[in-house]
Ligand binder design. Structure first.
Ligand code: SAM
Ligand code: DTB
Ligand code: SF4
Length: 336
């Protein structure tokens, strides 16, 4: 039996090779979907989707030059730099998200890295959101070791930090940092015992080998990220990637399915880009093993589907939103 035919869903592997990931991508669509769905059912309730709500706590003016991002000072988008939101506004949004049904609240800042002078304000936000009974997630750019520890102490459950694309393609998209910077931050997050949320973007102009390379970089880390957001590029006017060609939607579904197979116990999030997807395409992503979404009318600066529309879609698909404590469940799954 060739290596790619070993049921990868049975194994937590960290030794994926480029050829075998590409071979998964190239399976006949029905075979790939069947395998992804089988793995999904072995590891999760296939009719449950976890929902997180996002809030931009510090918008725009970012020093990095990520080609896809409207918040970079290097691009001429309509997003303007704003100061950090006050604590009460953040907690008000978190309480609204909770009453709308979200189980996790993710706070994003357009920073290259977290500055020590902002650490305590963010820590207060994390503690306040946690006290509301929500899981907490932040994405603040690069971290130092002591900052990760302080955030953990404040009650942080997840840190989002995406690898975005393959190591080989990375320099085409971002010139102000290198891949190793991302890996270093992720290791501080892991060492602080914070759950890792790390994924990437499809549609940056990468080729299929790069998509395989991204998933390989994620799965071959010392432990699989507990949460893997797969974003479809949101093309924002004024960014260098605004005119990128659309990718084949089935290639996006394949990316979800291969992520599901390679990281069988991770939540795979159908992340940015749902606003441009049909309900049917999203349904196919759930079939491929996606079991998490961003829920709420806005991502950070761009639109997300209306919450009522999502609830209606879940009803049509018989999907329940998970309410259990994921951070605890994720830890439990990893301890075996
Ligand atoms: N500045 C921090 C960082 O880059 O890690 C945190 C915020 S940043 C906006 C979080 C992630 O959003 C990026 O890593 C990227 O994967 C995703 N993102 C940003 N703009 C996007 C776009 N136009 N389409 C899809 N995903 C996007
Ligand atoms: C992730 O992987 N996607 C989210 C979240 N993590 C922080 C961000 C998507 C941003 C889309 C563009 C915007 O709204 O600015
Ligand atoms: Fe800054 Fe993050 Fe946007 Fe890059 S993705 S420009 S680091 S906010």
């Amino acid at each position: 039996m060739s290596k790619t035919l070993i049921k990868p869903d049975q194994l937590i592997r960290h030794d994926w090779q480029q050829e075998e990931v590409e071979a998964l991508y190239e399976l006949p669509f029905a075979d790939l979907m069947f395998r992804a769905q089988t793995s999904h059912r072995e590891n999760f309730d296939p009719n449950a989707v976890q929902i997180s709500t996002l809030l931009s706590i510090k918008t725009g003016g970012c020093a990095e030059d990520c080609g896809y991002c409207p918040q970079s000072v290097h691009h001429e988008s309509s997003v303007k730099a704003e100061p950090m939101l006050p604590l009460d506004e953040v907690l008000e949004s978190a309480a609204e998200a909770k009453s709308a049904g979200a189980s996790r609240f993710c706070m994003g800042a357009a920073w290259r890295s977290l500055k020590d002078r902002d650490l305590e304000r963010v820590a207060e936000m994390v503690s306040g959101v946690k006290e509301l009974g929500l899981e907490t997630c932040v994405t603040l750019g690069m971290l130092k070791e002591h900052q990760a520890k302080r955030l953990k102490e404040a009650g942080l459950d997840y840190y989002n930090h995406n690898l975005d694309t393959s190591p080989e393609f990375y320099g085409n998209i971002i010139s102000t940092r290198v891949y190793q910077n991302r890996l270093d931050t992720l290791s501080y997050v892991r060492d602080a015992d914070i759950n890792v949320c790390s994924g990437g973007i499809v549609g940056l102009g990468e080729n299929s080998a790069d998509r395989a390379g991204l998933l390989m970089a994620l799965a071959n880390m010392p432990s699989h990220p507990q949460s893997v957001p797969i974003n479809l590029l949101v093309k924002v006017e004024g960014t260098p990637l605004a005119e990128n060609e659309d990718i084949d939607p089935l290639e996006f579904v394949r990316t979800i399915a291969v992520a599901r197979l390679m990281m069988p116990k991770s939540y795979v999030r159908l992340s940015a880009g749902r606003e441009s997807m049909s309900d049917e395409l999203q349904a196919m992503c759930f079939l491929a093993g996606a079991n998490s979404i961003f829920y709420g009318d806005k991502l950070l600066t761009t639109d997300n589907p209306d919450a009522h529309h999502d609830l209606r879609l879940f009803e049509r698909l018989g999907i329940n939103t998970v309410v259990e404590n994921h951070a605890a469940a994720a830890k439990e799954a990893w301890s075996h």
